[in-house]
Design a protein around this ligand. Structure first.
Ligand SMILES: [Fe+2]
Length: 391
């Protein structure tokens, strides 16, 4: 190894392993692996092929190096019947090659080895052809249990020397860690896409629920989606700690979508009554926040959401319903929905009156600051009007 800078493989291995732990994306991980291998072994180039479970093909993800073959991502694919894949899935050929494909050794085994069957001969000579095609001197497999899941292809060394035993054992240890890291990132990616899918499914279900309320209460068509928009617009103009809290903004959206879900439990005859309501009927309508709360209270993730549903008709001065909470005791989410809900009710046509002009509705909200509505929510509402987030 004269003239070569000695690489501390143990240290390099630990460094590579450490950087791999932090990565949650397979492509970034492949890039780190290839970069470290090229740097530490002095290979002209290296690339990573990863198994695509659906097509059972090994697809090139990252290819790097000073010289040699560089393949664009997804450009090269090794199918299940490729001799290289048969070589590694067959495993019996690995014994004489330290668990790798080493071009020189495979060529030698074909020339000098004991009697080789026709099938083995075709796999070995086919592998040699494939290795030459990709400029591969060494191919390192990565197995998870019995399953081959990745291949690391290395070109010649830039100094034309052969790979040392130390380098081969570095690659061998690294390969099993790379497999675990790839498995973890794949799991993370699968989980992330599952979470996204669940989120979409969940929002669609909630929207279907809120559509069910609107179908029942014919006078509130479009009301729910406007209350959602107005609530989010008001929240946007509250403290930055609130407006930048994505999780809370999402809860506002869902709570506003579901705020009248309890109307599902109220008779359509009362909801759609043309004339004035009797005291008894009003009492029944005023049960909808409690009914809604009881519908969703068992859903653990709905803690704040259910508070918006239960308390959106409470008044700042304690004269609202269903519990008569006042001031700071009313949950924030409910105080936001309250203003959004009343503003939309005033600016929409109702069976018993026409929509109020915008300025009249705004004055009504302002006049009731500290009475029906929480002052800081009214302030945020006025900012939303001023900036045309509500119009
Ligand atoms: Fe309501």
């Amino acid at each position: 190894m004269q003239g070569e800078v000695k690489v501390n493989y143990r240290k390099e291995f630990e460094k590579t392993a450490r950087s791999m732990i932090l990565v949650h994306n397979t492509k970034t991980l492949a890039r780190i692996v290839v970069k470290n291998i090229v740097k530490n072994t002095g290979a002209t180039h290296a690339c990573v092929f990863l198994l695509d479970k659906n097509s059972d093909e090994f697809i090139v993800k990252v290819s790097q190096g000073a010289f040699g073959v560089k393949l664009p991502e997804n450009f090269a694919k090794l199918k299940a019947d490729n001799p290289i894949i048969k070589y590694f899935r067959g495993k019996k050929y690995l014994k004489q090659s330290h668990g790798f494909f080493i071009l020189e050794k495979v060529i030698a085994s074909l020339k000098n080895g004991p009697a080789i069957s026709k099938t083995d001969r075709s796999i070995l000579s086919g592998s040699i052809e494939q290795a030459k095609l990709y400029g591969a001197q060494i191919i390192v497999p990565g197995y998870f249990g019995e399953d081959l899941i990745l291949l690391i292809v290395l070109g010649n060394k830039t100094n034309s020397m052969i790979f040392t035993t130390e380098e081969l054992s570095y690659l061998s240890v690294l390969s099993s860690d790379i497999v675990m890291a790839f498995k973890n990132t794949r799991l993370f990616e699968d989980l992330s896409s599952q979470v996204e899918l669940n989120k979409k499914l969940f929002l669609n279900t909630v929207t279907a629920f809120s559509n069910a309320i609107e179908a029942k209460d014919q006078y509130t068509l479009g009301h729910t989606s406007r209350v959602v928009d107005f609530s989010l617009a008001i929240a946007k103009h509250l403290d930055e700690s609130i407006s930048s809290d994505k999780a809370f903004m999402e809860k506002i959206r869902i709570s506003a979508l579901l705020h009248d879900i309890g109307k599902i439990g109220i008779s359509e005859n009362i909801l759609n009554k043309k004339g004035p309501l009797t005291i008894e009927e009003r009492k029944i309508i005023e049960m909808h926040p409690e009914i809604g709360f009881n519908i969703i209270k068992h859903i653990k993730e709905f803690d704040d959401v259910s508070l918006g549903v239960k308390y959106h008709h409470e008044y700042c001065n304690g004269k609202g319903y269903p519990t008569g909470l006042s001031g700071k005791d009313i949950p924030l989410i409910a105080t936001i929905i309250s203003v959004a809900d009343c503003f939309d009710a005033m600016t929409s046509d109702r069976p018993y009156r026409k929509a109020l002009p915008l300025n009249v509705a705004i004055k009504e909200i302002t006049d009731n600051s500290g009475k029906q509505f929480t002052p800081k929510i009214v302030d945020a509402f006025l900012l939303a009007i001023k900036s045309k987030d509500i119009k």
